[in-house]
Design a protein around this ligand. Structure first.
Ligand SMILES: Cc1ncc(COP(=O)(O)O)c(C=O)c1O
Length: 368
């Protein structure tokens, strides 16, 4: 097999292999698939190296034959399952092709009210360009300089009469930091008196961080965004959803040409199987925590500063290594992120399998 030199090359090779091999018998047998070609260690996009689970893959394969029909009959089943999971009603849920779709829709909805939005910084900013296209300006409030959590006091005091949206990401991407639950609840409650609050819970499952969806049920200004891309290992299947008050869901749904329909039949069946697969989720949570500890130990050994994370990635300060870090990692077929933050060079390293993380740590020891 040729050695891929970039993520795109890897995808090309994988596509060629898939075309040649069709779906492997092992997938139908429900056996665990080998996560990625051993040559390529993808630690740059916060995907789940273990997923989808074998049960989920089987559900997807079985569902393929439903693809000639629109998924209207399947969606209510999934929405009921999600509603039971979060102790809400199906009318409190709107689905999309990943939570990114719901973040974008919320930005559009908020921009209809007024044009200033507030975001912690750095954070997950995929919705910024939608907001900006709608004419909104975004006030980016730096994370607290010490522990790199969201600076709730500064965000609160940035709200004025023009503010239409406050975005909250907990755990935050790229830092993995969390705000104490009671502080976050108070903050969200306070902000919601003045504008929309979008609570992004993409990574809560990695540490069983309590959801704020109960608040969204009672308060029309709160929208909680969830995804199957992370602990459930379905980033490529594209499914996320919003949990909110029924009236708020109606407003968001009005922005979709056909509510919920970006979720295909195959993806909906995958999500139902994934949600039930608690053993897989618990396994991912455990191995993710072990992988983080392995990284922390290596960083400490190498005297590299890092940010303790509650998510599926860790930020490490690689200023002492410099720009050769990314290339040298890539030479070993390890793909990592490299960014300028807080007057230094940092890498956000997504957790791969334990085997992959051992290879990353060994590589880092050599490079550093
Ligand atoms: C904080 C956060 N929110 C949302 C998303 C979007 O995920 P998706 O659109 O795959 O559901 C991501 C993806 O990395 C993320 O990190």
């Amino acid at each position: 097999m040729p050695q891929p030199t970039s993520r795109r090359d890897w995808l090309k090779i994988t596509a060629a292999l898939t075309a040649g091999l069709s779906i492997s018998k092992n997938i139908y047998a429900g056996e665990q698939q080998k996560p990625f070609p051993a040559a390529m260690i993808l630690l740059n996009s916060n995907e789940n190296a273990y997923g989808p689970s074998a049960n989920t893959i089987k559900a997807m394969a079985d569902a393929a034959k439903l693809s000639n029909r629109y998924p209207d009959d399947i969606h209510p089943l999934l929405k009921q399952q999600l509603a039971t999971h979060w102790n809400v009603e199906p009318v409190n849920i709107l689905m999309g092709a990943g939570s990114s779709e719901l973040l974008g829709l919320t930005a559009i909805l908020a921009s209809m009210k007024s044009k200033t939005m507030i975001s912690p910084f750095p954070t997950f900013g995929s919705w910024y360009k939608v907001a900006e296209l709608m004419g909104a300006g975004i006030k980016k409030i730096p994370l607290a300089s010490g522990d790199k959590t969201m600076d709730l006091a500064a965000m609160l005091s940035a709200i004025d009469n023009e503010t239409s949206l406050v975005y909250v990401c907990n755990p935050n991407n790229p830092t993995g930091t969390v705000v104490k639950h009671h502080l976050l609840r108070n903050f969200v409650e306070e902000c919601s008196k003045k504008c929309w609050v979008l609570v992004d819970e993409a990574y809560t499952e990695f540490e069983n961080i309590p959801t704020l969806s109960d608040m969204a049920l009672k308060n029309q200004n709160i929208i909680v965004a969830k995804t199957f891309s992370k602990i459930y290992g379905l980033a490529g299947a594209r499914i996320g959803y919003a949990v909110a008050h029924a009236d708020t869901i109606k407003k968001l749904a009005a922005l979709q040409p056909w509510p919920d329909v970006s979720v295909s039949a195959v993806t909906a069946m995958a999500a139902m199987a994934a949600l039930k697969d608690e053993t897989f989720v618990a396994g991912c949570r455990k191995k993710n925590a072990e992988a983080r500890t392995m990284c922390y130990n290596t960083f400490e050994q190498l005297k590299l500063e890092y940010i303790a994370s509650a998510a599926s990635f860790v930020m490490v300060n690689i200023s002492s290594i410099g720009e050769r870090y990314t290339q040298q990692m890539q030479n070993k077929n390890i793909f990592v992120q490299y960014r300028d933050f807080w007057n230094g060079k940092w890498s956000r390293v997504s957790m791969g399998t334990l085997e992959e993380m051992k290879m990353y740590c060994d590589a880092l020891k050599e490079i550093a």
